[in-house]
Design a protein around this ligand. Structure first.
Ligand SMILES: Cc1cc2nc3c(=O)[nH]c(=O)nc-3n(C[C@H](O)[C@H](O)[C@H](O)COP(=O)(O)OP(=O)(O)OC[C@H]3O[C@@H](n4cnc5c(N)ncnc54)[C@H](O)[C@@H]3O)c2cc1C
Length: 385
């Protein structure tokens, strides 16, 4: 009976286990996790800021599921070392597990986290359920919170902090808002919505220091802050491999079957990259996990990356962005909505919509299907640069 071990019970680890089970009904499948709770929907963590109740559906699997699928789930098993030669994983507290196939699905950790702030009780990140429990305990004593990093996750964090009664400021290194998802005009449109919610956004700056007096920004400005949340992107994390250079790179490199360079070792989700690229998104982690699970159990699956839709539901508005924002565009603008659909050589390449989720779906359909005939005047105005 084949022994398949999976490190990590996130999106990638759980889908890997389910797919491995479908592929090999007899395999001995074990998931180990450093966490002590059932697998959960990580993207919902920000929505738990300041909340006591856990929304239904947050926890994804329970004992019945593990039993039905005949998958062993071992919690509080923090893997220290992967011994690829002896086919063994070892935990920090002296436990070990043998495997024939290993799937590393260990996710990510903050990519920018200045060393001198690591043990500062005024600074946190949001990556796990326990991070949220700790933050919620602190929130009761806080009034001013600063979010360092104005990407999708940082903005969502700022919104839920505001909703829980905090005074919130956001620091963003880039000069415009969401430069990967919006153009400058879109950034300004969204910024007005953010400011209307009472959140202060500082672009073109970052944090120099945090002290009892507040945050000192790189621009020299000082702002009042009781607590700082770092949200400046992630990098892959994984336990030490018994051998070599894999310990020094940003992600575990895999091929399109999610195979690492070690025989019988797969990696998937936020810890893995293909040609150096990792999206850091839930659905990709699920798809990669499925693929790793099938292959680890003797099947044959190829993963092909697809363009992903970026979404933000915050500040009483909705933001959707997809594809490339280059070239000329069609624009639809009302007081509430700004949408642009970009095209090059008459072919639709991407676009965004701020303001309305129903209209976002219409825009996304047009972009994905490339149906230019649906972009008609007087709603849409063609803008040629
Ligand atoms: C707050 C937040 C909001 C997000 N919002 C969105 C969103 O709106 N849309 C979207 O697409 N994506 C979002 N994401 C990203 C998405 O959650 C991740 O892409 C996805 O969770 C990656 O899944 P994964 O299984 O690769 O890693 P993870 O979900 O991080 O799971 C990895 C697991 O491995 C465990 N682990 C790590 N190291 C060890 C070890 N040595 N031993 C044992 N266990 C270990 C970790 O504790 C963790 O449980 C968000 C992420 C966060 C944190």
């Amino acid at each position: 009976m084949k022994k398949i071990a999976i490190i990590g019970s996130g999106a990638a680890g759980i889908s890997a286990a389910a797919s491995a089970r479908k592929t090999d009904v007899d395999a001995e499948i074990t998931i180990v996790s450093e966490e002590t709770v059932y697998p959960y929907f990580r993207p919902a963590l920000t929505k738990l800021i300041g909340q006591v109740e856990i929304p239904p559906g947050f926890f994804l699997k329970n004992d019945q599921w593990f039993e039905k699928e005949k998958i062993s789930f071992i919690t509080d098993f923090n893997v220290k070392k992967i011994n690829s030669g002896d086919h063994l994983i070892e935990s920090f507290n002296g436990r070990s597990l043998k495997w024939d196939s290993l799937i590393v699905a260990t996710g990510g950790s903050p990519s920018v986290y200045p060393e001198h702030l690591k043990n500062n009780s005024k600074v946190t990140t949001i990556r796990s359920y326990s991070d949220i429990l700790n933050l919620n305990k602190k929130l009761k004593k806080l009034t001013h919170v600063t979010v360092c990093g104005g990407g999708l996750l940082g903005l969502e964090t700022a919104w839920f902090l505001k909703k829980s009664g905090m005074e919130v400021e956001v620091l963003e290194f880039a000069n415009s808002l969401l430069p990967r998802q919006l153009d400058e005009t879109g950034g300004e449109f969204l910024l007005r919505k953010i400011e209307n919610c009472g959140i202060k956004f500082h672009s073109g700056t970052t944090l120099n220091e945090i002290s009892d007096e507040g945050c000192l920004l790189s621009t020299g400005r000082r702002i009042k802050t009781d607590h700082l949340i770092f949200s400046m992107g992630i990098r892959g994390r994984w336990p030490e491999f018994s051998s070599d250079s894999i310990n020094t790179v940003r992600y575990i490199e895999v091929d399109n079957r999610m195979m690492t360079k070690y025989p019988d070792v797969y990696a998937c989700g936020d810890c893995a990259s293909i040609d150096g690229f990792s999206t850091g998104l839930w659905m990709d982690a699920v798809k990669q996990g499925n693929c790793a699970g099938i292959n680890s159990a003797g099947g044959n699956c190829f993963y092909s990356p697809e363009s992903v839709v970026a979404m933000l539901l915050a500040f009483d508005t909705h933001v959707m962005s997809y594809g490339n924002l280059k070239g000329d565009f069609f624009e639809k603008r009302t007081e509430k909505i700004l949408s642009r659909i970009y095209f090059e050589e008459e072919k639709i390449t991407g676009g965004y919509c701020i303001g309305d989720s129903a209209f976002s779906s219409v825009v996304l359909k047009i972009i994905k299907n490339g149906i230019k005939s649906e972009i008609t005047a007087p709603d849409w105005i063609r803008v040629t640069k």
